[in-house]
Design a protein around this ligand. Structure first.
Ligand code: GRF
Length: 202
């Protein structure tokens, strides 16, 4: 059975691209990205989706009376495409309760730091400014908190002498492009079970 995937984005979409590529090259099987939804118009992520024949939709938050109405439109779209897995790949909004409860343990986010450190925006910069010697990235299920959900995979990236926040971010991004597809593959193969806040591989 094929798992239908939706990807929510706000920007350049390099993580989206890594999932597209890993479906196309057969690393991830029995999965298809059915729709890419952006809350920002004219993002490169939407263009990437169209380049691969994937429905690319801009949903304008400012055209709804409030966050709930905006999210109901997202939910309606997810249902329309019969989505079984939602990926947040550079989506710059906090997903609300309604979507989270409809898709409990079926929403996955990629974060550019080793959670639970450096939650929120610019995790790479926060880690760099703090002076850590090891940073990295985290793929996790999404719950109602900000970057607090059960952790699926993490990858370490050492901070090197002479690094800048940008050079560190670039090396973290390379690892993001590996662990996000890996997590999607595990999910699609039914190998992830959530016990409390622990993700167990089955
Ligand atoms: C990535 O660093 C991701 O970890 C964070 O936002 C960035 C998105 O990059 N959540 P891209 O749009 O996938 O290129």
């Amino acid at each position: 059975m094929t798992t239908n995937i939706a990807v929510l984005v706000s920007g350049r979409g390099s993580n989206l691209q890594s999932v597209i590529d890993n479906i196309e090259n057969g690393y991830i099987q029995n999965a298809a990205i059915k729709v890419v939804i952006s809350d920002v118009e004219d993002t490169y992520a939407l263009e990437r989706a169209r380049n691969h024949g994937i429905s690319a939709i801009f949903i304008d938050p400012s055209s709804f009376r409030n966050k709930l109405a905006f999210e109901q439109e997202i939910l309606r779209t997810l249902e329309e495409y019969e989505i079984g897995l939602v990926l947040l790949a550079g989506y710059m909004r906090i997903v609300g309760r309604e979507i989270i409860s409809a898709y409990a343990n079926r929403i996955i986010n990629i974060h550019p730091a080793l959670l639970p450190s450096f939650k929120g925006l610019h995790g790479q910069q926060q880690a760099f400014d703090y002076g850590v010697k090891i940073s990295g990235c985290t793929v996790h299920f999404v719950d109602e908190g900000m970057d607090t959900g059960p952790i699926i995979l993490q990858k370490c990236v050492p901070v090197l002498e002479g690094d800048t926040a940008d050079s560190l971010s670039a090396r973290i991004l390379e690892q993001e492009h590996k662990i996000l597809p890996e997590a999607v593959k595990l999910f699609v193969e039914g190998k992830l079970k959530v016990e409390g806040r622990i993700v167990v591989r089955t």
